[in-house]
Design a binder for this molecule. Structure first.
Ligand SMILES: [Ca+2]
Ligand SMILES: [Ca+2]
Length: 625
């Protein structure tokens, strides 16, 4: 009896110790991966104690290579190789001290998907039209997960507070997949859904929630206020079944203050340390300027973005492996199609190239575009695959094209001049010589960090049409910010919360539902239809998606460019002046050739090129016939 009691408590103790904060990363892996190397991180109090001398793994094809300790005894790293012949399955991993097993866990190798590149992980290309949304602000599909006070530090959801969580979630996005198809969208990009278990943080004079998702506290878990890991998979599968791709937002530069990497770092040098809070200078020039000081570059790479976002030392090899394996894990686990990388210009440059290369090696079809928020074309191009002959070459395929965004805004907003107005677009596109492939750039009129474009242009619908026409016909991967199609407006004044308002109709009981034609005003339907008509045409237009570009010098404020290939020629003509304009087609003969007529994509009217006159303030997208 006594013996049984001892045994009972021994079992209980084992269970209790198992229920403590124990984690193994990656949580599972796959057979059939290109790389045969895997590094497991065990996180458990005392696991790295030198008494834990050895590890045993007994599974055909899996070989223990080495174990590694770090200065924090709560971590142990296990390096294994997985031979290509290894079968999927589960096996025990034992940590041994003095001949006894002190910790044992079961590790699983699943079978790598054979659908990568066909029904999942398809890559985002210039054939796509993406829609950027914030899940917390788009639609609430599950009111039961709005606030989960037993699980998370921030215990509230409150739609009356612009800085709080509002309860939107993945189910809400999933409930509107048909809406995206009506609008002509082909890819959904949303701000991160990774766990952000942070309390509200003081930013300026406001207490902000991590509703935007950029404060990771656990890489391997979806924040349950957006949905579980399984619900994320369900959402992606549902999107794929509706012909929609999915873009995941990734962050390598920093983590949230409450991430265990910051609370209990494996080694001090996983976080870039400063004697007191030091922010980065935000000057991307420090990364490529031939005259830059080491001081400025060091500050740019290692400064903390804000006080509550510890900056990761991506040059640490164990941390780098942790993050690279997580990136691979998330693609294989969830099957999304492309990455958008946040705060790219603040990252260790060798690391970002390594993670991109590792992803490309495992998933040849995966694509990436990076946020460098650069103010010049040279700077934008520096952070991606480019034509520069310089010592360090970045390898990301595409940039988020801020230069073209600023140029398009200037084209709508400024009066025409030698270097102003629509000439900014002309001059910016001319600088495409620096990109290896400008079609890989994500192009946009605004995003979640900027004033809404409709406000920027003074709520002028004529100018809005120019911008939308350019967005959907210029080279690159167009991105629309949620709500632009219903003319949502606002400046980031006093904060960016103003440009992140709830989509009307996303919550049960909303007074209007702008997901439906009936819920939208006449003007809003005009905007929605203008976008959807061109977007749906674009889907099957080889010229607009993958064709070449030819632009002509802007004359009298009239900007004409062509997208063309062997099968199709599209002319985009925008008259930014007040006066009607009759193009002299002899100037455009190279592209006009034998074409006699042009069909306006929006009105569907075909008119003769001879004698064609475009009124002032008008923009037309025309297929030449
Ligand atoms: Ca919810
Ligand atoms: Ca950094």
């Amino acid at each position: 009896m006594k013996k049984n009691i001892v045994l009972f408590f021994a079992i209980l103790f084992t269970v209790v110790s198992f229920a403590q904060d124990v984690s193994v990363y990656p949580t599972h892996w796959w057979t059939g991966m290109k790389s045969t190397q895997l590094q497991l991180m065990i996180r458990k109090v005392g696991i790295g104690n030198p008494a834990n001398k050895s590890v045993t793994i007994n599974y055909p094809g899996v070989k223990l290579l080495s174990i590694q300790r770090v200065e924090n005894p709560n971590y142990l790293f296990i390096n294994v190789s997985i031979q290509p012949s290894t079968k999927p399955g589960k096996f025990p991993v034992k940590v041994i001290a003095n001949g006894k097993t002190t910790y044992e866990f079961t590790y699983e190798l699943k079978s790598k998907s054979k659908q990568n590149g066909t029904t999942r992980v398809r890559g985002i290309t210039s054939t796509d039209f993406s829609y950027l949304l914030m899940p917390d602000r788009f639609a609430n599909g599950n009111p039961a997960n709005d606030a989960l006070p037993d699980l998370y530090r921030d215990k509230t959801a409150d739609r009356n507070n612009k800085f709080a969580r509002h309860g939107g979630d993945l189910k809400g996005v999933q409930d509107h997949l048909d809406y995206f198809n009506e609008l002509g969208i082909t890819a959904i990009w949303f701000t991160p859904v990774t766990e952000n278990d942070m309390p509200k943080m003081r930013e300026g004079s406001f207490d902000m929630a991590g509703y935007h998702g950029y404060w990771f506290t656990d890489h391997y878990n979806v924040d349950k206020r957006f949905g579980t890991n399984d619900e994320y998979k369900t959402f992606i599968n549902a999107a794929h079944q509706k012909g929609l791709k999915v873009i995941q937002d990734a962050i390598y530069n920093h983590i949230g203050l409450e991430h265990w990497i910051n609370r209990d770092p494996p080694a001090k040098d996983w976080i870039n340390q400063w004697p007191e809070f030091t922010g980065p200078n935000h000057r991307e020039e420090t990364m490529f300027d031939p005259y830059a000081s080491k001081f400025d570059k060091n500050n740019m790479v290692k400064g903390w973005f804000v006080k509550h976002l510890p900056d990761l030392n991506l040059a640490n090899p164990l941390l780098a492996t942790y993050l690279i394996q997580h990136a691979i894990w998330s693609v294989e686990e969830f099957g999304f199609d492309g990455f958008r990388i946040d705060t790219y210009k603040y990252c260790d440059e060798t690391f970002v190239n390594n993670v991109n290369a590792a992803l490309k090696s495992e998933f040849p079809t995966i694509t990436t575009f990076v946020e460098a928020w650069a103010n010049t074309v040279v700077a934008n191009a520096y952070f991606v695959d480019n034509n520069f002959k310089i010592p360090f070459k970045h390898n990301a395929p595409g940039a988020i094209d801020f230069s073209l965004c600023f140029a398009m805004q200037a084209g709508m907003n400024q009066p025409f001049g030698w270097t102003e107005g629509v000439n900014r677009i002309y001059m910016t596109l001319a600088q495409d010589i620096v990109y290896k492939n400008p079609l890989n750039n994500c192009i946009f009129l605004d995003n979640h960090d900027m004033d809404r474009v409709f406000s920027v242009i003074g709520e002028d619908w004529s100018k809005m049409k120019w911008g939308l026409n350019w967005l959907l016909t210029m080279r690159g991967i167009p991105q629309l910010y949620y709500g632009t199609e219903i003319l949502m407006k606002n400046f980031k004044n006093p904060t960016d919360a103003e440009v992140r308002l709830d989509f009307p109709g996303g919550w049960a009981g909303d007074s209007v539902n702008k997901f439906t034609r009936e819920g939208r005003s006449t003007k809003e339907n005009e905007a929605f239809d203008h976008i959807s008509k061109l977007a749906i045409f674009r889907k099957t237009s080889s010229a607009l998606t993958t064709g070449k570009t030819m632009q002509f010098i802007v004359r009298d404020g009239v900007y004409i460019y062509f997208r063309y290939d062997d099968r199709q020629t599209i002319m985009i003509i925008t008259n930014t002046s007040d006066r009607a304009y009759k193009p002299d087609w002899t100037i455009y003969q190279e592209r006009i050739g034998a074409f006699k007529n042009a069909r306006n994509i929006h009105s569907n009217k075909t008119i003769a090129l001879e004698g064609m006159e475009i009124p002032g303030k008008e923009s037309w997208v025309m297929e030449l016939k």
